[in-house]
Design a binder for this molecule. Sequence first.
Ligand SMILES: *Cc1c(COP(=O)(O)O)cnc(C)c1O
Length: 322
Amino acid sequence: MITLKDIQEARTRIQQVVYETPILQSEQLSKLCGNQLFLKAEHLQKTGSFKIRGASNMGIHAIENGAEYVTTASSGNHGQAVAYVANRYGIPSTIVVPENASQCKINAITGYSGLVEKCGTTSGERLPRAQQIATEQNGVYIPPYDDPLIMAGQGTVGLEILQQLSNIDAIVVPIGGGGLISGILTAVKETNPAIQIIGVEPELANDTYLSLQNKKITAIPATNTIADGLRTNQPGDLTFPVLSKYLDDLVLVSEEEIRMAFSIVLERTKQLIEPSSATTIAAALYGKLNLQGKNIVTLISGGNVDIEHVDKLIVDTTTFVQ
Ligand SMILES: *Cc1c(COP(=O)(O)O)cnc(C)c1O
């Protein structure tokens, strides 16, 4: 398992690359939730999500150890982050994406000078291809979550929150493969175990919820939740033990609750966040956290949405009832 020291080292390694993102507050949102709410604004991070933290930690480490090429197999935020890091350090990258990847995601990757290769429709096809290119090019394959360097990099957001805020009772974090929350758990529980860490998953992607219940990694079938950063269908071999050890609670939110949270955040705070991040606000808005009156940080993990599809996420906020 990773330690606090790994995360401190990551922080030093990546400090030239990542922003220290602000903490946003909205009185209206806090009132609606019945909490003092602090939004950790990783949608304002470079490349639009926290994924740059893990990708830069592993990427810089690889380059320091002689890598001349990096690859990954994600069309989403992780793919953009890997392309950004490679470009920043002047090495090429190939991001292997599904045949049906949206043009907007492809443009984001090529905008950071990443090479895009289309391959199949499943991660079972893409992943071996990305690994093969890495081997051929004297490079390194950078996985999205299940690696100690990735987890430690994501954990730096936990250290940042601890420095920016005192007197917080809980941090609420979305869970996909679990890289983000396992890093935050390690950073926070090894510093101040009194702070509760609560995970959130969509009901449609409840693989970690089921795995914790079954006390072993449990896979679910492919899912199409609107929270596209959380569609992973099982927790990682390295991330899951950290969650099992430290996680205080895990709550589930419905697609409608995610849409409502997305719409209320846009309306009240004017922030465009992605559905994966709206899950944490949904958990607070719908009273799922059992933390009424407490000081809560909701992790806004990213803000990358296909702008032409935003209308599909918006609902009538006047119908909100807790
Ligand atoms: C990847 C991602 C997540 C989930 O992170 P994991 O490390 O896979 O748990 C949450 N939100 C956004 C915006 C993401 O890109």
